[in-house]
Design a protein around this ligand. Sequence first.
Ligand SMILES: [Ca+2]
Ligand SMILES: [Ca+2]
Ligand SMILES: [Ca+2]
Ligand SMILES: [Ca+2]
Length: 384
Amino acid sequence: MPQINSSFLFLFQVIPLSKGRTVISQNIRHLVIPENLKPSKVMSLIKSPDHLQRQHGGKLHFSIAADDKDGHFEVDSSTGDLFLFKELDYEMMSHYLFRVVTKDHSRSPAVNSTVFLSVAVEDQNDHSPSFREEFIVISVAEDTPVGTLVHIFNAKDGDGSFLNSRIQYFIEASHPGVNPFLIHPSSGTLVTTSPLDRERVATVVLTVTASDQAVNVTDRRLRSLMVKVEILDVNDHSPTFTSFPIARVREDAVVGSLVHHITAQDPDAGRNGRVTFSILSGNENMAFMLDESSGFLTTASPLDYEIKSQHVLTLLAVDDGTPTLSSSQTLTITVLDVNDEAPVFKQHLYEASVKENQNPGEFVTRVEAVDRDSGNSKIWELSN
Ligand SMILES: [Ca+2]
Ligand SMILES: [Ca+2]
Ligand SMILES: [Ca+2]
Ligand SMILES: [Ca+2]
């Protein structure tokens, strides 16, 4: 009889057989084999086979029951050594149960005995976690509240047992300090941990790593995924005027002359930052025209310092977001006087008389003329 390790389970069963006195004794032997074991001898089913064979006159014959052969295990027919013949794969098959039949030809009729071999394959960490892609792009609006779920990572690990396929995640940002995201180590959910601002950081590149949890830390396998997070713009800035709120224009400027270049800034992207201009109020008699996209303010009709020396316009800058945001500016335009008025005497005719003996330089009369240009009212005193 094969010598059996004390930890093995014995199952003896006597079955009445039609073929006379053949006795089949059944027992089960359990063994555990790591899945990465190279084909080799696994064990001896019989302690000291030579001795046993001598006892039985070399007439013991071992074989795996024909129905149980699947090519992974072989038994040496004379020594009873069990060989692993083909590599195992826990993920394909984690357990084998087969019978080894021993025929003792030294007796007549031959006596058969059967051993059940129960082979548990021990999982090795031979699969790495894997992501479906190597690079992904995800996008998130900049007004996303803190704590919002942005993405769920789901790496798979082909190992069959719990820890070898259990995955833990961690992330690293390509620019340290610029990482408004956190990943849950076991669920793989990516959430925002601080407010986003596209105008400050428009793109965050993360490396998401999945690691299995093999018992030996050195056996753990990792796989990484590059993630580009695009922060999508939200219209969260109003345009702000950058042009000076004061302008000057000569009163004789021809119609269409450039008065001022109105400019504004809006840091939002695309339509959210596209600014157009308009005159909200103060453009009496349509004196000025403002090009809504270029911001060029030109004269639209002749100016007259003497009629109106200062124009105060309220300008509006509006972006193209949804909804739109706007701001206004008061622009003061000073009309510069030009000497475009001839002096006009207050009287058509001045009469005066001069004595013939009057000394040169003595007062004769006073004539007064008015010039509508600024500061040009004059009084002349005529003297002899
Ligand atoms: Ca694994
Ligand atoms: Ca495995
Ligand atoms: Ca805007
Ligand atoms: Ca924005």
